[in-house]
Each structure stands twice: as structure tokens, then as C-alpha cells.
Design a protein around this ligand. Structure first.
Ligand code: OGA
Ligand code: MN
Length: 204
């Protein structure tokens, strides 16, 4: 993993973002997809009868995703694998980039077919403690025809990424505007932020 972490640190330092394939292995992704939250969401969407406790569906004109916040201390073992790896990444970034990142918060995310998230910045106010956005995608056999790209607006160009299984994207929350394009099938991910203070989810 150290060469992966090094590539992420270099990408963030040089370009404000980094993309890593196989941050999670296919087996690790399958185990996470089997979590009841994802399975229940997918069942609900199939039946087109949506709406579930702990599911927020905020302002559909801007974003159409369903989210489920993860308690880092109570996470099931399938997710713990991911959280432990993020923790190692945070420690690596602190050492190599002289940052003082302290904590992270993540939610499980589903974008139902056709939904999107309009262009935005993840850090919205001056006292926001979100420093890095980290998203790991969980979509097996995803290709161009499915859409759902993450489109990032960099100073010199626009970059589009498919939400391919096991892929991690990490970017500066204060700097990189981005949007999620609509997809032809449900689009699953773990979305999170690395914070410069302790107390994930405290501000919510
Ligand atoms: C977000 C977001 C991007 C993605 O949740 O803030 O921009 O690719 N997600 O899921
Ligand atoms: Mn975002």
C-alpha cells in the first residue's frame, strides 16, 4: 500500500487530486456491497418505492443521492477494512506532506438511475474542517455507456472519471469544483472527508 499512498500524496501535492485503482480489491468491494444498507436501497429502487429511515434525500434539483452516515466506532468489519486503510492514508499524508489531518467521516452513497449532483465545492464556508474529499466507488463492470462520471474542473482542464469498482479519488475539498453526471444504473460509493479536527459527524 505504501506506493499507493505515495502516489496519492504526490497527486495531491502537485495537482490537488489523485486517482488510485484497486484501493479496494474486488473481494473487499463485494463484501461491502453485501451490507444490508446497500441491499435494502437497491431493493427499494427496484420496487420504485423509496424512503427509508436514516436516508436523506436532499434538494433533488441539486443532488439526487441517498446517504447513510457511518459511525467509525461501530462499523461492520467489511467497512472497517476500508476505514483502517483510510486511517493509514491519513497518517501517510501527515508524514509526507506535513499536514495535521486528524479524523475522517464517511457515508454510504447511492445515486439512483438518472440522478446527479450539480457542480459544487465540498468546502462551503471558511471554517469548514473538510480538507480532502475521498470517494471510493463500488460499481462492478461499469463502463462508458453507464455514464455517472465524476467531472472535476481543474484550473487547466476538465477531468472525467468513471466510478469503477475499487477506484479511489481524493481531492482538495477547498479547491476542486466537481459534479456527478447522471447514470443509467444505480451508482454506489463510499463518500468521505478527511478533517483537520477530531469529531467526525459532530457538526452534522
Ligand atoms: C459529493 C460528491 C462525487 C462522486 O458527495 O459531494 O461530489 O463522484 N460526490 O460521487
Ligand atoms: Mn462533492
Amino acid at each position: 500500500m505504501n506506493s499507493t499512498f505515495e502516489a496519492i500524496a504526490d497527486g495531491i501535492a502537485e495537482h490537488g487530486f489523485a486517482v488510485t485503482d484497486q484501493f479496494l480489491s474486488p473481494a473487499e468491494v463485494s463484501a461491502i456491497l453485501a451490507l444490508p444498507e446497500f441491499q435494502e436501497w437497491l431493493d427499494h429502487f427496484k420496487k420504485a418505492a423509496i424512503g427509508k429511515k436514516q436516508t436523506l434525500h436532499i434538494n433533488e434539483a441539486v443532488r439526487g443521492d441517498y446517504i447513510h452516515w457511518v459511525d467509525n466506532n461501530e462499523a461492520p468489519h467489511q467497512l472497517k477494512v476500508y476505514l483502517d486503510r483510510l486511517d493509514q492514508l491519513v497518517q501517510y499524508l501527515n508524514r509526507s506532506l506535513f499536514l495535521s489531518l486528524k479524523d475522517f467521516e464517511v457515508h454510504l452513497t447511492v445515486y439512483p438511475t438518472g440522478s446527479f449532483y450539480k457542480r459544487h465545492l465540498d468546502q462551503f464556508s471558511r471554517d469548514d474542517h473538510r480538507k480532502l474529499s475521498v470517494i471510493c466507488y463500488l460499481n462492478e463492470d461499469w463502463d462508458d455507456q453507464h455514464g455517472g462520471q465524476l467531472r472535476m474542473f481543474l484550473p487547466e482542464k476538465v477531468v472525467e472519471l468513471l466510478p469503477a469498482s475499487g477506484r479511489l479519488v481524493c481531492f482538495r475539498s477547498d479547491m476542486i469544483e466537481h459534479e456527478v453526471l447522471p447514470a443509467t444504473r444505480p451508482r454506489l460509493s463510499i463518500t468521505g472527508w478527511i478533517l483537520d479536527q477530531h469529531g467526525a459527524l459532530k457538526h452534522l
